[in-house]
Design a protein around this ligand. Structure first.
Ligand code: NAD
Length: 356
């Protein structure tokens, strides 16, 4: 009983918490690293990715960097291992965080975990909370929430998407958006967990899915401003302006935005910030994930009978961009470079000189 009360109510550093982390990609590897680096002496972290090398590389990197916590970290080989007492040192996990690409991935992961808990047995005195930080559609997230609540009512599934990008994940400055009315509705142990990975927690409303609603509204804005930023820099280039100087001017002018400054698409403007533009737009928030978000936002607007000025046109350009693999799989700042490859011919047709 004492252990239970410590787990649930203490904000001190004495919590005994067992974490699971699923999805060690661009974002997840950094988020899980911060959990690892900030484990309390009795905490444990179990990690898994379908790509086995992501798990092994993660373990190698973090343990080399902080060997003192290595006995508190374990890589698992399957989702079933998360519910198998012999694999998780006989301690049911308090939190399992998912950071995977799409709703279908979250659904299959959580479904398999819940079914596996039901098969292997679970302790409903120490209920497991699933924290989904992926950006997915609200109907799928709601369906998963209802599935969890129906199958194991003591467990919970909370949408907790993030903003801040890979740079925010790397620096532990992410903002979390949660479907809770106020910070007082978020358990202290969850606040401790989120604070390891980010610096802001925004309660967005009591109904499941409000965290995702905030995330989709924000990412719609990002996707659209990213197009305008590419336009603006190509216009400046057509005028013959020095683009690095122009980027510095935008940074203190009304065109300032995350897409134009924090993720400036012009190489060499902020070399100290390690931006995707300085490494050929590799890594970062890839175009095909941005397409997913603008599509989800536009579809959600339709389901609310709300048309958006730039929803369909934005979706059109992200769909077009994703027809080219080299654009689809690079950071969204690559729109500046891609626009440079595009021309309209005399018939007004779009010609992409790099498209075979
Ligand atoms: P990513 O593709 O780099 O990483 C996803 C990881 O999940 C991969 O390593 C993949 O192997 C793993 N995975 C996929 N299916 C799995 C499964 N069934 N079980 C276990 N692992 C599985 O993607 P990312 O950029 O890290 O983004 C993850 C999520 O976060 C997406 O929903 C994305 O929209 C969102 N997001 C991304 C950013 C960003 O800047 N990259 C920012 C905010 C939110």
């Amino acid at each position: 009983m004492l252990r239970l009360s410590i787990r649930s109510f203490s904000l001190s550093s004495k919590c005994l918490t067992n974490y699971g982390f699923i999805g060690l990609g661009q974002m997840g590897q950094h988020m899980a690293r911060h959990i690892y680096d900030n484990l309390e002496s009795n905490d444990k972290l179990y990690v898994y990715d379908t790509v086995a090398s992501c798990t092994t590389n993660f373990i190698k990197n973090v343990t080399e960097n902080k060997p003192t916590n290595s006995s508190q970290l374990k890589g698992l080989n399957s989702l079933q291992d998360f519910t198998n007492n012999s694999k998780i040192d006989n301690k049911q996990l308090d939190f399992i965080i998912t950071m995977v690409p799409e709703g279908k991935h979250v659904k299959s992961v959580v479904k398999e975990l819940v079914e596996s808990y039901k098969k292997n047995g679970y302790n409903n005195q120490i209920p497991t909370t699933f924290i989904d930080s992926s950006t997915i559609d609200i109907p799928t997230s709601t369906e998963i929430h209802e599935f969890v609540k129906t199958e194991i009512p003591e467990f919970d599934f909370i949408d907790a998407p993030v903003s801040g990008g890979v740079a925010g994940a790397r620096k532990a400055t992410l903002s979390f958006m949660l479907s809770r009315d106020s910070i007082n509705d978020i358990s202290p142990s969850l606040v401790i967990l989120l604070n390891k990975m980010g610096k802001n927690i925004f309660p967005c409303g009591s109904k499941h899915g409000t965290g995702l609603a905030a995330k989709l509204s924000n990412n719609y804005l990002l996707a659209i401003t990213n197009i305008a930023v590419a336009d603006s820099f190509q216009l400046a280039k057509a005028f013959g302006l020095n683009l690095q100087n122009y980027a510095k001017l935008v940074a203190v002018s009304t065109g300032k935005s995350w897409a134009s400054v924090d993720n400036c698409p012009i190489p060499g403007v902020y070399p100290e910030n390690n931006l995707p533009a300085d490494v050929g737009y590799k890594g970062g928030f890839i175009t095909k994930l941005t397409r997913k978000d603008v599509t989800l936002a536009t579809q959600s607007a339709k389901s609310k009978d709300r048309f958006l000025f730039l929803g369909e046109i934005g979706q059109y350009w992200y769909d077009k961009a994703c027809e080219r693999e080299d654009i689809a799989n690079r950071d969204l700042g690559v729109f500046f470079e891609w626009l440079g490859d595009l021309q309209l011919n005399e018939k007004g047709e779009l010609i992409d000189e790099k498209r075979k």
